[in-house]
Ligand binder design. Structure first.
Ligand SMILES: Cc1ncc(COP(=O)(O)O)c(C=O)c1O
Length: 383
């Protein structure tokens, strides 16, 4: 029997998940904002350096909170990459504002600050920057544009817990940042997310928005004698079962990222020669950034080359999916958003990028992945 199939992602237990789930049940509070939510929030502050972290049920929810906190409304514009997940844009569109897509840098695949600067109009209210694959966007350049035009800067840090920019952790770099703990991320709880709030004056409103538009958090701190509806909001918080599982993962965050980074390095080494021969392109990142091993991708020659690679890997039982369909070419993107300039890099990257398996327990299966991937390119040399 040959090696077992390797999925693209597989969630793993890393420590105290089951123990903390049992403990959460024993404590008798399954609704949110109990013991484990507090533990998670403190740990996220520790990992990100942000002064305040609020658990949400997804990164999507955290982005929706961010859009409300930015006071977005009809007529407003938010600049963001088209090469991102739908939630970055949906959060803005849900407020009746317009996502404005700009191109990405062909090396880092992150939003290109030159394109951002060119896209600013009197209607621009914010920049939503994505740290793609866990590599930080050029935050100093983006912060300078935001300052010059009085814009808010939001990090879509869905993939970037533990990544750093000039030594500073993602999540502490913008005014607000949104994280994901979806099972495909480094730190997981099935579904899950967090908003970090770096502006003290936004904290109280963020608490209210997260608690269905009520001042319930102030009530529990004894600051008001009853709680009531004071603003718009929704139910953005997860229950304690999710938080207990998540806390076990957050406890091990450094170890999880170290393991993934080792896999990332192994992939880089394995494909280095093919890059030298210009057969493919490896991830490139700016010198000021450090990644978290969230994702490993290859950039192939064209769409046909990528289809051939994916089919070859699938025939060998290995999951290697492509990634985002650019939002500017999606039906809702055409209806609800606009683009600034040609998004040529976005189009090219989205046609040629393929992701390789990356998960906590990948272990020695990585050699199976590498062997079959190299087999694809070798086969071609022979024919
Ligand atoms: C850049 C980006 N933003 C937002 C999200 C949404 O995360 P969630 O599934 O936690 O809502 C994702 C999910 O993959 C993502 O990659």
């Amino acid at each position: 029997m040959g090696p077992l199939p390797v999925p693209f992602n597989r969630p793993s237990l890393v420590g105290n998940e089951v123990k903390y789930l049992r403990d959460a049940i024993r404590r008798g509070q399954l609704a949110g904002d109990g013991h484990y939510t507090r533990q998670c929030s403190a740990r996220i502050c520790e990992l990100t350096g942000a002064p305040r972290a609020m658990l949400t049920h997804s990164c999507t929810a955290a982005l929706e909170m961010a859009a409300i906190l930015c006071n977005l409304g009809p007529g407003d514009e938010v600049i963001m990459p088209s090469f991102t997940f739908v939630s970055t844009a949906n959060a803005v569109a849900l407020r009746g504002a317009v996502p404005v897509f700009v191109d990405i840098d062909s090396d880092t695949l992150n939003i290109d600050p030159v394109c951002v600067a060119a896209a600013v109009t009197p209607r621009t209210r914010a920049i939503f920057a994505v740290h793609y694959a866990g590599f930080p966007a050029d935050m100093d350049a983006l912060a300078a544009i935001a300052r010059a035009h009085d814009l808010l800067l939001v990090e879509d840090a869905a993939q970037a817990l533990g990544s750093r920019y000039k030594g500073r952790p993602c999540g502490s770099l913008g005014d607000l940042a949104a994280f994901s703990f979806h099972e495909t991320k480094n730190i997981i709880s099935g579904e899950g997310g967090a908003l970090t709030v770096n502006r003290p004056e936004m904290v109280e409103r963020a608490e209210i928005i997260r608690e269905k538009g009520t001042n319930r958090s102030r009530f529990f701190r004894g600051q008001v004698d009853k709680y009531t509806w004071v603003d718009i909001g929704s139910s953005f918080l997860p229950g304690e079962l999710i938080a207990s599982y998540l806390y076990a993962q957050l406890e091990m965050a450094e170890m999880i990222n170290t393991r993934r980074l080792a896999c990332f390095e192994r992939y880089m080494e394995a494909f280095a020669e093919l890059e030298t021969r210009q057969r493919l392109r490896l991830p490139r990142f700016a010198a000021e950034g450090t990644g978290n091993g969230h994702m490993f991708y290859l950039l192939l020659r064209d769409e046909a080359d990528r289809a051939g690679f994916i089919a070859h890997m699938k025939a060998n039982g290995i999951g290697t999916p492509f990634h985002y369909v650019p939002l500017h070419s999606a039906p809702a993107g055409k209806r609800l958003a606009r683009s600034h300039g040609r998004l040529a890099v976005t189009d090219r990257i989205s046609e040629t990028l393929v992701r390789l398996p990356m998960f906590f327990d990948l272990g020695s299966q990585i050699e199976n992945v590498i062997d079959h991937a190299l087999g694809y390119f070798d086969g071609e040399a022979i024919s």
